[in-house]
Design a protein around this ligand. Structure first.
Ligand code: CP
Ligand code: NVA
Length: 311
């Protein structure tokens, strides 16, 4: 059956089938090629998209803005001091107002409940641009980047190392298990993902034929095609920095760790922004910077695909 995502929201990739994710990746790749050839579309002409940001952003904000303008649409940035979401006006009422005026809403903030409510009450597609729990648009860019590097996704070994219970670890586990990448998470036990989510992803991986391994053992990076890391302190967790650094120091992506893959075509990825010297050393970052910045660019092409497909 043909994939049709019109009117759907992207709150977490849990709500998407393997075929729908593949469709978005193919569409993103096509839009990327067209942009390279100077072919600009009009698929969002006459459409207005609200961009709500409670937390700061470089990539996500710019990707939504450029993607929307490229396709003839109008993005409207609403920063944390511009609206009174959830404190002077309820999320439900803000959603109903924005839904009357806009054709789509992006939300970046703390609460997954807020983005879910925006989708429920606005009546227009809502895109999760990062919450404490999930960062689904980032995963689409990551999957596209891996596909560009290896020509396929299924059967590759993907290893995430570092803070194993943050929005990136959660979303990568969902994305990999949905699409059929073998997913290994290497982190101290205190920072493992929550058991309900692991169980849910194990269900996805049964369907896609992939495998999930959660371990404290850094030697388990052996055989990885991809090593992925993220900051040790996510936005809003700054006061935990000292504890996290001492807990995660053995899980740094450095030359020695990459050697443990015993492979010479392993790529290292990072959603950015990076804290070099913490989760990744400067030399490893620079060695893999081509892929890391392809990944950053792919935020725009994949977000464009999401808006074109769903609005
Ligand atoms: N990767 C990512 O979401 O970057 P920003 O925080 O700059 O949007
Ligand atoms: N885990 C990070 C991701 C940034 C894109 C954070 O939430 O700050």
């Amino acid at each position: 059956m043909a994939v049709n995502l019109k009117g759907k929201s992207l709150l977490t990739l849990k709500d998407f089938t393997k075929e729908e994710i593949e469709y978005l990746l193919d569409l993103a790749s096509d839009l990327k090629q067209k942009k390279r050839m100077g072919i600009i579309g009009q698929q969002l002409k006459g459409k207005n998209v609200a961009l709500i940001f409670e937390k700061p952003s470089t990539r996500t904000r710019c990707a939504f803005t450029v993607a929307c303008v490229d396709e003839g649409g109008h993005p409207e940035y609403l920063g944390k001091n511009d609206i009174q979401l959830g404190y002077k006006e309820s999320v439900e009422d803000t959603a109903r107002v924005l839904g009357r005026l806009f054709d789509g809403i992006e939300f970046r903030g703390f609460s997954q409940d807020h983005v879910n409510k925006l989708a429920k009450y606005s009546g227009v597609p809502v895109f999760n641009g990062l919450t404490d729990d999930y960062h689904p648009t980032q995963i689409l860019a990551d999957l596209l980047t891996i596909k560009e590097q290896f020509g396929k996704l299924k059967g590759l070994k993907f290893t995430y190392i570092g803070d194993g219970r943050n929005n990136m670890a959660n979303s990568l586990m969902i994305g990999c298990s949905k699409i059929g990448l073998d997913f290994t998470l290497v982190a101290p036990k205190e920072l493992w993902p929550n058991n309900d989510l692991i169980n849910e992803c194990e269900g996805f991986s049964l369907d896609s034929g992939s495998k999930i391994v959660i371990t404290e053992d850094i030697d388990k990076v052996k055989g990885s095609h991809v090593i992925y890391t993220d900051v040790w302190c996510s936005m809003g967790e700054e006061e935990q920095a000292a504890d996290r650094i001492s807990l995660l120091k053995p899980y740094q992506v450095n030359k020695e760790l990459v050697l443990k893959t015993e492979k010479d075509d392993t790529i290292c990825m990072h959603c950015l922004p990076a804290v070099k010297g913490n989760e990744i050393t400067e030399d490893v970052f620079e060695k893999h910077s081509k892929v890391i910045f392809d990944e950053a660019e792919n935020r725009m092409h994949t977000i464009k695909a999401v808006m074109v497909a769903m609005i």
